[in-house]
Design a protein around this ligand. Structure first.
Ligand SMILES: [Ca+2]
Ligand SMILES: [Ca+2]
Length: 341
């Protein structure tokens, strides 16, 4: 006969454990409203301004909308001068129509040679590339009409279309009837292009190289907002080339492209990391000291947080105080658990 002995367990202490949730916003996902803006009341060139902002704050300012733009104007109190913002133009950030990736011409591709003094981005209007004299590259206004070179990937052929079109119209044509505007990514492609153009007599011919103007901000975020000055000086102008850095006129908030070596005031920003602490008290008969149980609770909480779209959080356990039946300790007890700060 088996005897079943039941041992009466001593009353288990109720253990209170505090779960602390630290919720914080990562820098990369910070929306613009979690930024603080700073007007630097001294003048320096754009590179110095960038270093200054990175040393004392986070970076040069990125302007995402007219509210931020207006806020900056208010901060500078009507000074009749200009201030640097994080915007800059990279005149070597070329991309191939067919590849779509940034392509730094010159440093990586020996087959691509700029004509003397190019790319010069005359009047801040030249964002597409044509071969000039059949061998060297020149940035030209994308709206200019030139013959163009298509590439056909099916039979690896290069097709010179002698009808003059704008760069975009040429691109559409090539994409419709062939593969795309031609790339020149190797010595082999370069000699094929030269061969195709040989004896054609064309002065300029579009190839697939282009770039997005004023696409970069110092903090590597992107913004579609612009506020270029239109009167009396239409900007960007590249009037004293190169004018590759963006500045804002403090009286109106309008932007201009400016020579990066000029001295201007500066707008910086600080990224504000917002952190919220959520404390939860757990009271249970279960052994809350058990790492396993703690892990289970943490996992359930994490799942809940993630389902609510919160991705940046930490869960920390902290023992507060054991519940005791001892009435003499009651003054220490706050609803069963003492709250410890
Ligand atoms: Ca040019
Ligand atoms: Ca300008």
């Amino acid at each position: 006969m088996m005897t079943k002995s039941i041992t009466e367990k001593p009353r288990m202490e109720k253990t209170c454990l505090l779960i602390i949730l630290l919720l914080s916003g990562g820098l990369s996902t910070l929306p613009p409203h979690s930024r603080e803006y700073h007007f630097v009341n001294q003048t320096m060139n754009w590179t110095e301004a960038q270093s200054y902002c990175r040393e004392h704050f986070t970076d040069l300012v990125t302007i995402y909308n007219s509210d931020i733009n207006q806020l900056l104007v208010t901060m500078a109190q009507n000074i009749d001068d200009w201030a640097w913002i994080g915007l800059y133009d990279d005149r070597y950030s070329w991309k191939w129509s067919m590849v779509g990736k940034l392509f730094y011409v010159g440093s990586k591709n020996e087959s691509l040679i700029w004509a003397n003094g190019q790319p010069d981005c005359v009047n801040a209007k030249e964002y597409c590339v044509a071969l000039q004299g059949q061998t060297q590259m020149d940035d030209r206004p994308c709206g200019d009409s030139y013959p163009f070179l298509c590439y056909n990937a099916k039979n690896t052929s290069y097709i010179l279309v002698k009808e003059s079109r704008s760069w975009s119209a040429a691109q559409s044509y090539c994409r419709t009837y062939h593969t795309d505007l031609t790339s020149i990514r190797s010595k082999e492609e370069k000699s094929n292009v030269t061969l195709t153009l040989n004896g054609s007599g064309v002065q300029y011919v579009w190839i697939g190289l282009y770039r997005d103007p004023w696409a970069f901000w110092s903090d590597n975020t992107t913004s579609t907002f612009t506020n270029w000055m239109s009167y009396p000086y239409k900007q960007p102008s590249n009037y004293y080339p190169p004018e590759d850095c963006g500045s804002v006129y403090l009286k109106t908030g309008e932007w201009a492209d400016d020579d990066c070596s000029n001295s201007n005031y500066v707008f910086c920003f600080t990224a504000v990391t917002k952190q919220t602490v959520v404390k939860m008290k757990l009271q249970s008969e279960a052994d809350m000291h058990s790492t396993e149980i703690q892990q289970q609770v943490s996992q359930q909480l994490s799942g809940l947080m993630l389902s609510e779209g919160l991705t940046d959080f930490r869960i920390r356990w902290r023992k507060v105080q054991s519940y005791r039946d001892d009435q003499s300790k009651k003054q220490d007890v706050d609803g069963g658990c003492k709250t410890e700060v």
